[in-house]
Write a protein that binds this ligand. Structure first.
Ligand SMILES: [Fe+2]
Length: 392
């Protein structure tokens, strides 16, 4: 058996209604905490609820909105606010953006400096060497699984660059996953964030960095998301489907941290830095085409490559037929994802300004990205370009 490590947050509290326990769960975080909050969570009344619960527990709450995905500027200004207000703990409440911003802020509070100092290429690439300030992740959408990941994706718009600040020191002290918080998520966001989770699970299950623990979680998550995503999209009030997607998303965060991802996320990093496309939409638009290209490349490589058996396992989990023979399972999985993207009305990447003339540059950048190294098969520049064309 391979040698592996498995890192995740030390404590997870999961279940409908557990958000109400945040006062007791946040013990030791204060006396003052900074809450980094998605605008949708504020509009939905969640910030008010959080503040009330924490104040009742004797904590002082300072809040800041995280609009869009985190940037060096938004993270630095939130960290400056936390320092100025003498906050000793941080809470991220919202989608992956608010949670990743909170994660970076917690790191900056103990390691000092600017987010840029810790970014590769555009910054100094410094390592986070101290435990972050204690922080709690409370997701309100089921998608990135950022509540249990050790990386925070931060953009640097002046250079059209996005990078992960990554360290085991950045893990939250606690993840509070209350599926009820996602019940008001609009269908288009449910679709894109749910496809991000499913994509992260599929890429983890087929990654060259996979291990027996990530395999177990990834296949359970794929089965769960295969059953629940369309239901949650069609009926946002379907509590069982929201429960299932919250679990699948959390598992996807655990598998991506420990197994790494693949070509979809290799592309997502560079496309997301160059075009105003939400991360979940990039992943959803690319997933069917990357899967098809990977399977075709594997089939061309040799008659029975081991990575194809991984796609068969993914297919069996998606269609929920545990005894389907390999070939039928692989094709069944591809068809399932293709159909799901149509049923979820995922827009093409052209909608966000990607043009054919951009393809060579995007392919060149994506080939250098970290996730591409873990793709189960090496895809040629021509194949990668064709994938982008199909996703437009
Ligand atoms: Fe993702």
């Amino acid at each position: 058996m391979t040698t592996f490590q498995f890192v995740t947050v030390p404590r997870i509290v999961f279940g409908r209604g557990c958000f109400a326990r945040i006062g007791e769960l946040a013990e030791g975080l204060g006396p003052s905490v900074l809450a980094v909050v998605s605008p949708s969570a504020t509009a939905g009344g969640r910030l008010e609820e959080l503040t009330g619960l924490l104040e009742a527990a004797g904590l002082r709450v300072v809040s800041t909105p995280q609009r869009g995905e985190p940037t060096v500027e938004s993270v630095d200004s939130a960290a400056a606010l936390a320092r100025g207000e003498r906050c000793s703990g941080v809470i991220g409440l919202g989608g992956g953006s608010a949670i990743d911003a909170a994660k970076s802020v917690a790191g900056l509070l103990t390691s000092g400096g600017s987010a840029l100092d810790y970014m590769e290429v555009v910054g100094a690439g410094r390592k986070i060497t101290r435990p972050a300030a204690p922080w709690i992740a409370i997701p309100t959408t089921a998608g990135t699984g950022a509540e249990v990941t050790w990386n925070s994706v931060v953009a640097y718009p002046p250079r059209h660059f996005k990078a992960s600040i990554r360290s085991a020191h950045l893990l939250a002290r606690l993840a509070v996953v209350d599926p009820h918080l996602s019940s008001g998520t609009p269908p288009a966001v449910t679709a894109a964030s749910g496809m991000d989770a499913l994509c992260q699970l599929i890429e983890s299950a087929t990654s060259t960095g996979a291990n027996p623990m990530t395999d177990t979680l990834a296949l359970a998550g794929i089965r769960m998301a295969g059953r629940c995503l369309l239901r949650a999209y069609r009926d946002g009030g379907d509590a069982e489907a929201r429960d299932g997607m919250a679990l699948a998303a959390m598992w996807s965060g655990q598998t991506l941290t420990n197994a790494a991802l693949g070509a979809v996320h290799g592309f997502a990093a560079v496309l997301g830095a160059s075009f105003p496309i939400p991360h979940g939409v990039v992943c959803a638009a690319l997933l069917p085409h990357v899967m098809r290209a990977n399977v075709a490349a594997l089939r061309a490589e040799s008659p029975d490559p081991p990575a194809l058996a991984r796609y068969a396992a993914v297919g069996r989990a998606l269609v929920d037929k545990p005894h389907l023979p390999d070939d039928q399972a692989v094709d069944g999985g591809l068809e399932f994802i293709q159909r799901l993207a149509v049923e979820l009305s995922i827009p093409g990447l052209g909608t966000f300004g990607l043009a054919s003339t951009d393809i060579p540059a995007m392919v060149a950048l994506a080939r250098k990205s970290n996730s591409m190294r873990y793709n189960p098969v090496k895809l040629s520049p021509e194949v990668l370009a064709e994938v982008l064309r199909q996703a437009m």
